[in-house]
Design a protein around this ligand. Sequence first.
Ligand code: ADP
Length: 431
Amino acid sequence: MNTTTLLVVMPILLLACLVLWRLGGKKASVSALHSPGGGPEGSNILEAVSDGVVILDTKGTISMINPAAGRLVGWEPKDAIGIDHALVFKLCDQKGNPYPPADDPFSQLLKDGKPHRDNNASVIAKGSEKRVMLSMTVSPLFRHGELSGAVGILRDVSEERAAERQRAEFISTASHEMRTPVAAIEGYLALALNEKVSKIDAKARGYLDKAHESTQHLGSLFQDLLNSAKAEDGRLINHPEVVEMGQFLGKLSEDLRFVAQKKNLIVEFVVGTSGANINASLEKGSIRVVQPLYNVYADPERLREVITNLFDNAVKYTEHGKISIGLTGDNNVVQIYVRDTGKGIPAVDIPHLFQKFYRVDNSDTRTIGGTGLGLFISRKIIELYNGRIWVESKPGEGSTFFINLPRLSRNQTSEYSGDSGNLVRTNNPTT
Ligand code: ADP
């Protein structure tokens, strides 16, 4: 079943749980489940469904568990009743690490009373070492306005994950293999176009120019496919280090400026909320810039990929005006943005923009080359560093892509860099 089906089924299950819950509370629910066919209708539903359903009281003790949930955790439902959920549900997080006690989705809900969804959790059944991949939703139960417990719905998504992995592996192998001949074709076309090497007439040059462009496009498509497959299965090369974003972006905007110059677009690098503008075209050393240190812990190559992608998009989708690369933040967050004065993005497209292969359907995207993978890869990279990426846009005025990354404190900077001397300059990193 896919996510849409999941969204339809989950409320029905929740309703069934609530029916049970209302029908005489904990004891009625439990006994109803233990007498199949004899209990209220809700219990039959919960007996029959293939999704695991579990109800906890406010202390995190299991008060109801259906057979499907029992199978997931390797417990007989009757044995699990009255036991702390953490002893029965050995849950692991996205990276496969066991959740610290009191930090799994159930415990979080019992702390904050809010629903939690984890599509990348897994569970280890009793007496087994194998992790079963889960999609789980935990919702609060209220009685007389007070939190009275939690209901969890758990779905085994191992088969879907295996299929996704196979698909990603296929894409990865295919794009890797296809890059080699494409690179060879590109190389030979470049030789044919090189006046020092080959003699060709103007007509042939025109054809070869087009072939060269298309081959470059094909090469970047394969590269994007390869990167997206890697991003999905966690194989992106990642060597995180302390990166001071001020220096990093200053240098990067210098490099990127040339791409924008071809379209006569102005590029600026803006640091800090005070609006201290540093025009990227100014000679280095001509101004003295006092700015706070915005340190993050990430692989600079991956960050370069993300910012370059946002910048290239800004150039691609802007005809006149300016592209600003900005840096700001507070004690906890470093915020980077790339703002353009281009066409903007319609509101209906914004929620889908960071999905794989999504492209806004307009005359621009039909004529401007692209794969719809850049923003997907960017999101995956930023999430790798516990960050967030999003866009705000006004059609006709332009778009701003924001990235928030956790800001390193002075202590974290020294701890992660192992040598604070290189990085901490005169300023206070948390200002
Ligand atoms: P693409 O290779 O198509 O550029 P991306 O994933 O980088 O793929 O971007 C997805 C889509 O988002 C683009 O096709 C375009 O429609 C839209 N988009 C991205 N950046 C901008 C921008 N700065 N201005 C307008 N539209 C944008």
